[in-house]
Design a protein around this ligand. Structure first.
Ligand code: PEP
Ligand code: MG
Length: 874
């Protein structure tokens, strides 16, 4: 039998989101539950893949299955495509297996042509409505499917309004709109060289292809990369009979959530517009009414709507985001999906659903996107600063959190300023999906138009970015880059602050503070901790970071980068002195000055961590980060060292490396200058003895030797460490256990891990360097060209952020197995950036590492990701 590429809603398997996409599966589900759904069919995600495999063309078989579903749809609806009495019109929408709001294309009113428009006018007894729908369709089809720029059509509309001396589109009558249709078709012919397609089947095939094409548009690619969705999924296309919310005062359209998507409160939450099309609500062009108004406007419809909303939530056991339309008093649900929500709402909903007996704890743990927890850890306004600040305007609290920064008016400017390290507030009339990168770069987003379900609001909530929307009081000039509000004018680079939880806008830079964590967070994270098997440690180099990490639930330190303890102004000089020393005596003198500083830091870290394990890595300073760069710095250092400028400059030049990341760093320094490892081992051990004696903690330091590629190299440095550590212990006349291990961050170490494990008591995977050296990509430079790789689909994600499981991961797995073959109880962890990335954490769980280690703010994310990995891979 031929493969099935197209499914009517009533025949699709509602569980098969991978094939039908989320929207298609839910439409099948709702149809099969007997809910009022405009009927239609789904072209599968496999057809999308086939379209790409087939050189971006629909195969005959796919086309013929679409056609036969159309015939079915005509029979079901009693309407006919292109008919001049009762025409069938459809919407054509994308639908991947997860929802990607606004990222791909949609075409509405498809099927309208010169005949069908007459049919629509007769059927609805509303000629104006029919021609308005037709001109909208020509515009949308031309823009989305044929890539004719929108402004060319808008120009015609403006010209016609001017000629008639009116301001609003609604002031154009049926005859004007007929004329507009003629002019739109002429424009189409002028650009495309052929007539606007009159055959609805041709329109449909073109629209399906356009939706498939939109899967690979730049904003969809960026969105997928941000969310770790692979391009191999493809999108499905849903073809659904149109119903009209703009047929008068007994029609309307809206969007609603079964619970509040900002707070999680268990109360229906939504907006709708009387006499409008769905796009009017989503695009935020008119400001809609609260859903409770529907109870007054159409009480019976409201009751039915509420019943269905409850049915859907109980069916999916999750908060639903629903689109509905009322056509002449009859209610239709156009789609439902698990609603996007803020992290605070996600936690509250998950905890409430468990309490309501709707889901289990394990299901609840799987419900929250780990990366979303980031939002809870974002800043809020400092209460005192907030009291002193003046509110200059107020709009909708679209996405919570606080943001203060400089105003930028375009996505490009925002992106550029963000990359330059500015705190960015993006101010727009309204946002559109093309703004995604600018929105991602912004700390806060302010829009003049749009409701709580507008594009800006939905996308900002998903990103966890503070957003205030629909501030109609703003007078904005986007081109000249200024806006005024509350009697003040703001230009690019001026400061404002936004409170996404209240909707308040401040005309100044208001100080922000760390957020507070709610009771739901504690309850939820306790469940995550119950189900995970991976331990979560942190990468911390100071007592303050260590304390912070413990607050977030860190169970130890997986990486203390000792060179980071010397970045501060007053310390870097001492470190530089050590680096530029020419003799062992000079170096020992410089090291003596470093020892008390190191020891002091270690004491602080041990105190913060109590008896939790602490892994301290020996110095690994890429030289270019530490050498004095400017003549001024060289002169200062030379002065301090009592040597001449020329002498020091010559030393610095001699230390210059062409490729410092692969230069004299890590254990290589200790091979050349063993006294460095000696000093550090002593500081680590003496600090442990001190804290053990003062606080009674049983501290077992873990000393880690970096950048090892050969077991003899490890053995050489280890012997020095052990001698120095044992000497310090003997001098103090105490007993103290410690471990010596290594990082696996050079491919050769992974390949020879069985030998390395003879000397190492533990491995910690340094996947930053391991990625750099496996790909041969410089950590410092790859960002510059990887963008090209994403754009061209060569790579989908940054291998420095998300572990390349096929290549680098294979080395990790091999090293883990080899390590265990030599030393069955070897402790295995990861401390590269990937240790805080959810998909990489799942990989670490699968290969049986003991712990992951990440920066303090990512500890909660890692705890949750580890729990999800354990539950999914039971
Ligand atoms: C690593 O290489 O993954 C690592 C943790 O070390 P660093 O980033 O300090 O090189
Ligand atoms: Mg490294």
């Amino acid at each position: 039998m031929n493969q099935k590429w197209v499914y009517m809603f009533k025949e699709g398997d509602p569980k098969n989101k991978n094939l039908l996409g989320g929207k298609g599966a839910n439409l099948a589900d709702m149809t099969q539950l007997g809910l009022p759904i405009p009927q239609g069919f789904t072209v599968t995600t496999e057809a999308c893949t086939e379209y790409y495999n087939n050189g971006q063309a629909l195969s005959n078989e796919i086309e013929s299955q679409i056609k036969s579903c159309l015939v079915n749809l005509e029979e079901l609806s009693g309407k006919k495509f292109g008919d001049n009495t009762n025409p069938l019109l459809v919407s054509v929408r994308s639908g991947a297996r997860v929802s990607m709001p606004g990222m791909m294309d949609t075409v509405l009113n498809l099927g309208l042509n010169d005949e069908a428009v007459v049919g629509l006018a007769n059927k609805t007894e509303n000629e104006r409505f029919a021609y308005d729908s037709y001109r909208r369709f020509i515009q949308m089809f031309s823009d989305v499917v044929m890539e004719i720029p929108k402004p060319r059509f808008e120009k015609i509309i403006d010209e016609m309004k001017e000629a008639k001396g009116v301001k609003l589109d609604t002031e154009l009558d049926a005859n004007d709109l007929k004329e507009m249709v003629i002019r739109f078709k002429a424009l189409y012919k002028e650009v495309k060289g052929v007539d606007f397609p009159q055959d609805p089947e041709v329109q449909l095939m073109e629209a399906v292809k356009a939706v498939f094409r939109s899967w690979m548009n730049p904003r969809a690619i960026v969105y997928r990369r941000m969310n770790d969705y692979p391009s191999s999924w493809g999108t499905a296309v849903n073809v659904q009979m149109m119903v009209f919310g703009n047929m008068g005062d007994t029609s309307g359209t809206g969007v609603a959530f079964t619970r509040n998507p900002s707070t999680g409160e268990n109360a229906i939450y939504g907006e709708y517009l009387i006499n409008a099309q769905g796009e009017d609500v989503v695009a935020g062009i008119r400001t809609p009414s609260h859903i409770s108004q529907l109870e007054q406007d159409m009480p019976e419809v409201y009751t039915e709507f509420m019943n269905i909303a409850h049915t859907l939530e109980n069916h999916y056991h999750d908060m639903q985001d629903m689109e509905f339309t009322v056509e002449n008093g009859k209610l239709y649900f156009l789609q439902t999906r698990n609603g996007k929500r803020t992290a605070a709402a996600a936690l509250r909903i998950a905890v409430d659903l468990v309490a309501e007996g709707q889901i289990t704890e394990e299901e609840a743990v799987l419900r929250v996107e780990p990366k979303q927890l980031d939002q809870l850890l974002h800043p809020m306004f400092d209460a005192k600063a907030l009291k002193a600040a003046k509110v200059i305007g107020k709009a909708l609290p679209a996405s919570p959190g606080a943001a203060a920064g400089k105003v930028y008016f375009t996505a490009e400017d925002a992106k550029e300023a963000g990359a330059a390290g500015e705190r960015v507030i993006l101010v727009r009339l309204e946002t559109s999906p093309e703004d995604i990168e600018g929105m991602a770069a912004a700390r806060g987003i302010l829009t003049v138009r749009g409701g709580m379900t507008s594009h800006a609001a939905v996308v900002a909530r998903g990103m966890g970015t503070c957003c205030v929307s629909g501030c109609g009081e703003i007078q904005i000039n986007e081109e000249e880059k200024h806006f005024s509000l509350g009697g003040m004018t703001f230009r690019e680079g001026d400061y404002i602050s936004l409170d996404g939880s209240t909707g308040n806008i401040y005309g100044e830079d208001v100080a922000t503070v760390e957020p507070e964590i709610t009771g739901d967070f504690e309850t939820f994270m306790a469940w995550a901790d119950k189900y995970r098997t991976l331990k979560v440690r942190t990468n911390a180099d100071s007592p303050k970071d260590a304390q912070n990490a413990v607050k977030f639930g860190a169970e130890g330190i997986g990486l203390c980068r000792t060179e980071h303890m010397f970045f501060e102004e007053d310390r870097i000089m001492k470190m530089r002195k050590m680096i530029v020393s020419k003799t062992e005596a000079e170096r020992r003198e410089a090291l003596d000055a470093l020892l008390p500083l190191q020891k002091g830091d270690f004491v602080g870290i041990y105190e913060a961590m109590g008896e939790r394990p602490v892994t301290v890595r020996l110095l690994d300073p890429p030289l270019h980060e530490f050498l004095p760069h400017t003549d001024e710095d060289i002169a200062t250092l030379a002065g301090e060292m009592g040597i001449t400028f020329e002498d020091l400059k010559a030393t610095v030049e001699s230390l210059h490396e062409f490729n410092p990341m692969m230069g004299h760093r890590g254990c290589r320094l200790a091979v050349s200058y063993p006294e460095i490892a000696e000093m550090q081992a002593r500081a680590i051990i003496e600090a442990a003895i001190q804290v053990k004696q003062e606080k009674g903690y049983d501290i077992v330091p873990e000393i880690m030797i970096p950048l090892v590629g050969e077991v003899k190299e490890l053995k050489y440095v280890k012997d020095i460490v052990v001698a120095a550590a044992d000497k310090a212990i003997a001098e103090a006349d105490v007993t103290l256990t410690y471990h010596v291990g290594t990082m696996i961050e050079i491919p050769r170490a992974a390949v020879t891990a069985d030998q390395i494990a003879e000397e190492a008591e533990f491995f910690s995977f340094g996947t930053n360097d391991l990625t750099q050296m496996t790909f041969g990509f410089s950590r410092d430079d790859a960002g510059k060209f990887l963008e090209d790789y994403y754009g061209k689909g060569v790579y989908e994600s940054d291998p420095f952020a998300r572990l390349d499981q096929t290549g680098v991961g294979a080395l990790v797995q091999m090293a883990a197995e080899k390590g265990r073959s030599t030393r069955s109880d070897i402790k295995l962890g990861i401390c590269g950036e990937h240790g805080g990335d959810p998909s990489s954490i799942e990989f670490c769980h699968k290969v049986g590492l003991n712990y992951v280690s990440c920066s303090p703010f990512r500890v909660p994310i890692a705890r949750l990701a580890a729990a999800q990995a354990a539950i999914k891979n039971k």
